[in-house]
Every structure is written in structure tokens, then in C-alpha cells.
Design a protein around this ligand. Structure first.
Ligand SMILES: [Ca+2]
Length: 295
């Protein structure tokens, strides 16, 4: 039976959680000198731009299925993430986050993602859990209204800045994981998303950062680190996703190392307001296709 978000006892969860629906957000936000949560409340402004979501498949090469779609922000006319994120400020960051989450769920429902075996994966800024106006409950309430099952929702925790309160965050994660929601540590190996976060959070999934995946087929150091992450994840019974796979050589090397869940332009680019399909076939390309080229 699929649990729907509307069935949650949301009142049991204290205010504060926050989800970001685009992994680019933290790269663009001004971290240094950012106002406190109280200041942010006083300074809050609406986000000026209309946004749209693009959906990039996370594939399972072991059975040629799509494991999940990650929602990535774009402009309504297909503008890249950078064009949208340049309008994000310390004053509207939470309004932007809230808008991204709602848009991701709305479009996922419109595209009937819930009628597929795939999940909807959204990015989350763990430090935003303290903002009262952009709470995770708002996303879950909308999902409940639209009958989108929480068991098909994954939240990718990106931690480029040090989390203020891992204990509180872990409490929230536990509360929602009991309802079937899954949690991923995003960009593992980059920024602060490292072993400390893995030790303190009960994650279901680790997404290995592109900086470790790039060249994993021929760079001994990257290969050694990824292999160690795989063995650690196996011991902890955590799934591993390789993000940023861009070449056949990287895909083959990862497959030989035992990775089955992968994401990257080698398999599919994000689909603006549509769900790209994947059947196990990839187009051979001679050159690496990077995300920046289409941003
Ligand atoms: Ca992500």
C-alpha cells in the first residue's frame, strides 16, 4: 500500500524543515554574511521569476529501468538554472525553495510520475529547516492534496555549508522516513557532504559527487575513493548513486565496480516539463557533454 502525504500526522512534526528543489541553489546562494533566521523572516520577499522543472532520470543499469527523476529548476521558457538562480537572494531564498518544491510536485503529478515505478527526487537545504514559511509540511500537504505518494519521494540533502543542527535534522529525517520517504546525501565527497554527515544522518542513499565520478575509469585516486565508498555503503546497507556520468568509459568502469544506479548526460539530459525515457540504449558520443553546456 502506498502511503500518501495527506495521511501524515503533520502536527506531530515541529515547524522548520525546508526543501530545495534544485541542486544548484546552494552553489549560487550567498553563504558568507547571510542573515540569521530571524532576520530572514523580517526580510522575506517573494521570488520574482516564474519557474519550471526539468526532470533528469536516475537509471538502474542492472535492469534498464528508471529509479527516479531529479527535479531541476529552469525558466518557463527553458532558461538554464543559472539564469534563474541569479535572481535568488538572501531575502527570497526560502520563497524560491518553496516554489521549487511545489512546482516539482505539481509537474510530477501532471506528468503522472506516480503511475510509474520511479520516484521524484528533490533537493533540500538542511539549514533551511528553521524557516517557518518554507516548511517540509507544505510540500507534503500539497503532495497529499494531489495524491502523490510520499513513498515515491526522495529528498537529497546538500550540505555545502555546515549544518546548524544535525540532531534536529536527523529527528526530522526519522519522522518522515517512517512514512516511506527516502533521504539521500547529495554530492557526497564535496563540500561538507562527507563522512560526518553520513555518520550523523540515517540516509538511505548516497549520491557520489561528480568530482569523484569524472575520470573514474582512468584516474586511480578517484577509483580507489569510489571503491571505498561502495564498500562502506554496502556495510551500512545504503544505496549508491553515481552522479555526473558522462562517458561510456565511466559507465563501464562503475558498472564493473558494482554500481547500478547512475545519473548523467551519458544516459539522458533533463527533460523540461517532460519525463525522458531510457531503455538501456545510449547514443555513442565522442565528446564529453557537460552540464554547463546546456545550463
Ligand atoms: Ca541533487
Amino acid at each position: 500500500m502506498k502511503l500518501h502525504a495527506g495521511a501524515l500526522a503533520l502536527s506531530a512534526v515541529p515547524p522548520g524543515p525546508e526543501i530545495v528543489a534544485d541542486e544548484y541553489l546552494l552553489h549560487a546562494l550567498p553563504i558568507a554574511g547571510a542573515p540569521s533566521a530571524g532576520d530572514q523572516s523580517a526580510m522575506r520577499a517573494s521570488f520574482p521569476a516564474e519557474i519550471c522543472m526539468a526532470f533528469q532520470p536516475i537509471v538502474d543499469v542492472s535492469n534498464n529501468t528508471i529509479f527516479a527523476y531529479e527535479a531541476l529548476v529552469r525558466g518557463i521558457n527553458g532558461e538554464g538554472a543559472a539564469r534563474i538562480l541569479e535572481q535568488v537572494t538572501a531575502c527570497n531564498r526560502y520563497a524560491f525553495d518553496d516554489a521549487c518544491r511545489k512546482q516539482a510536485v505539481k509537474q510530477a503529478v501532471q506528468l503522472r510520475l506516480h503511475d510509474t515505478p520511479a520516484s521524484l527526487s528533490m533537493n533540500m537545504n538542511p539549514n533551511a529547516v528553521f524557516d517557518p514559511e518554507a516548511r517540509i509540511e507544505r510540500t507534503l500537504e500539497l503532495a497529499g492534496e494531489l495524491n502523490f505518494p510520499i513513498s515515491q519521494m526522495i529528498f537529497e540533502l546538500t550540505e555545502e555549508e555546515r549544518s546548524r543542527d544535525h540532531a534536529y535534522l536527523n529527528w526530522l529525517v526519522r519522522a518522515y522516513r517512517r512514512q516511506g520517504m527516502r533521504v539521500a546525501i547529495d554530492d557526497f565527497g564535496a563540500g561538507y557532504a562527507g563522512l560526518g554527515m553520513l555518520a550523523e544522518l540515517e540516509a538511505d542513499i548516497v549520491k557520489v559527487d561528480i568530482s569523484l565520478i569524472r575520470g573514474v575509469d582512468h584516474l586511480p585516486v578517484n577509483c580507489t575513493i569510489v571503491d571505498a565508498i561502495l564498500r562502506m555503503a554496502e556495510d551500512l546497507e545504503i544505496q549508491v548513486i553515481a552522479e555526473g556520468v558522462e562517458t561510456k568509459a565511466e559507465c563501464d568502469a562503475l558498472r564493473n565496480m558494482g554500481v547500478s544506479l547512475m545519473q548523467g548526460f551519458y544516459f539522458a539530459r533533463p527533460g523540461l516539463s517532460w519525463l525522458p525515457t531510457w531503455t538501456g540504449q545510449v547514443e555513442e558520443c565522442d565528446e564529453r557533454v557537460t552540464e554547463l553546456e546546456v545550463a
